[in-house]
Structure formats: C-alpha cells, structure tokens
Design a protein around this ligand. Structure first.
Ligand SMILES: Nc1ncnc2c1ncn2[C@@H]1O[C@H](COP(=O)(O)OP(=O)(O)OP(=O)(O)O)[C@@H](O)[C@H]1O
Length: 223
C-alpha cells in the first residue's frame, strides 16, 4: 500500500547573493494515515520550508511529492491545497470580520465540502473543538488565542482532508491551552485516522508524537 504522502528525493534551496543555499537534500520519507508526526530542528533548519512543500504552498526544486502515489504536480498544486490538505498556522489566519461560524462555513463553501448542511456541520465541529454556539456567533477577534486556534482547527476538519499540516500551531498559546490543542491533533490522528504533521519547537510535544522528524543540515533523523 502506498503512503498517504511521500517525499521522493526532495531537494530545496534558496538563492542568496547568487549562491545556492541548500535547505533540504534528497529527502525520502513516507507519511501514513493514523499517525501524528512532529518536525523539530534548530532555527533555520528548514522546518517551515518542509511543511510548505507538504502543504503544496511551494514545490520541490528537485524530486517529487506524491499523494496516494500521484505527483502533486499532476494533481495540481491549487487543487491539492483546496481539496487534499488542511493547513493550520501559528497566526490562525482567520477572517477577522467574520464570526467563527462564518469562517468555517466559508472554507466549506470554497472547498465544496460534501459534508452538508454546512451550518449544522460547522456548529457541531466547533462544539467538538470546545467552541459553544454563542462563541461561534461572535466575531473571531473577540475570542481568545486558544479559542481562535480551535476555530482554525474546526475549519481544517470541515474540509474533509486526510492530511493536516500545522506550522507551530501552539506557538502563541500558553502551556495548558497548548496541551489541549496537541491533544486534539493526537486524537485526529488516532481516532479519525488523519495524517497530522506538525512543526514544533517544543520537545515535550515532540516526545508524545508517534514519529518525530528531526531536521538538521538538510537531512533528517527519525526519533
Ligand atoms: N524566501 C527566502 N529566501 C531566502 N532564504 C530563505 C527564504 N525563506 C527562508 N529562507 C532561509 O531558509 C532557511 C530555512 O528557513 P525555514 O523558515 O524553513 O526554517 P525553520 O526551521 O522553520 O526556522 P524557524 O525555526 O526559525 O522558524 C533559513 O536559513 C531561512 O533564512
């Protein structure tokens, strides 16, 4: 059986002062469903770059990334972003003038989610993430950071993708809230069978992942 997401000889570099700065060197790694992965490594090691490739926000300079055996290039990067992956950011990336509910419903409309009716599904998912019906009807900016991150995870869940990538989703949260958010990601992998890939600086979080990928000097070690 093929991996959900496969990095095949993936290399990535930036050009700086006309010099090639290699960030990822021929990376080969498989990501499976039902598994919670973390990515750690020193600042500048390429964690966000790695995640941007997994989320099709950027494409490899060399090598290929395959989803269920199919090259993302063939699927189409924007189609992949819309239908196959959910991305959770440190900064939540919610639409500030909308309510929590509107944020989730708008994403379902954009990705043409087949889960219907949108409003009821969105409310139910928000509730599962700990957002009450009253909070769902508030403008997102009036919610706390932890609550906003829960809304952004609910938005990711309503879009049905098997793959969730998250770049430092707990970076702006206190320890307790951060633990709760990590628990949600862990449950998504173990109970709902999603493949969750999360960048973190927090080694305690990395220690509870099923697989930690430690990036350094363009290569990685599995821990
Ligand atoms: N657009 C860009 N142009 C040139 N260099 C870049 C660009 N984006 C990132 N880099 C460089 O690539 C390297 C990897 O960056 P990346 O953000 O992936 O690292 P990171 O491991 O996520 O770092 P941090 O933990 O500090 O967030 C860094 O040295 C960074 O300066």
């Amino acid at each position: 059986m093929s991996a959900l997401l496969k990095f095949q000889d993936v290399s990535y570099w930036y050009s700086r002062d006309q010099k090639k700065v290699e960030i990822l060197k021929k990376i080969n790694i498989d990501f499976e469903k039902g598994t919670f992965y973390t990515i750690t490594g020193p600042s500048g090691a390429g964690k966000s770059t790695f995640l941007a490739l997994a989320g099709a926000l950027d494409s490899p300079k060399e090598g290929a990334i395959l989803y269920e055996g199919k090259d993302l290039k063939k699927i189409g990067y924007s189609k992949f972003r819309n239908q196959y992956v959910s991305i959770v950011f440190q900064s939540y990336n919610l639409l500030p003038y909308m309510t929590a509910l509107q944020n989730v419903v708008a994403a379902m409309e954009i990705t043409k989610s087949s889960k219907k009716p949108y409003k009821q599904i969105a409310l139910k998912t928000l509730e599962q993430m700990g957002i009450s019906q009253d909070q769902a009807k508030q403008k997102v900016l009036t919610l706390s950071g932890g609550q906003q991150q829960r809304v952004s995870i609910a938005r990711a869940l309503c879009c049905e993708s098997q793959l969730i990538v998250a770049d430092e989703p707990t970076g702006n949260l206190d320890e307790q809230t951060s633990k709760e958010i990590v628990r949600i990601f862990q449950d998504l992998a173990h109970q709902e069978g999603k493949c969750v890939i999360m960048v973190t600086h927090d080694l305690t979080i990395a220690s509870i992942a099923d697989v930690n990928i430690h990036l350094s000097n363009g290569t990685f070690q599995i821990q």
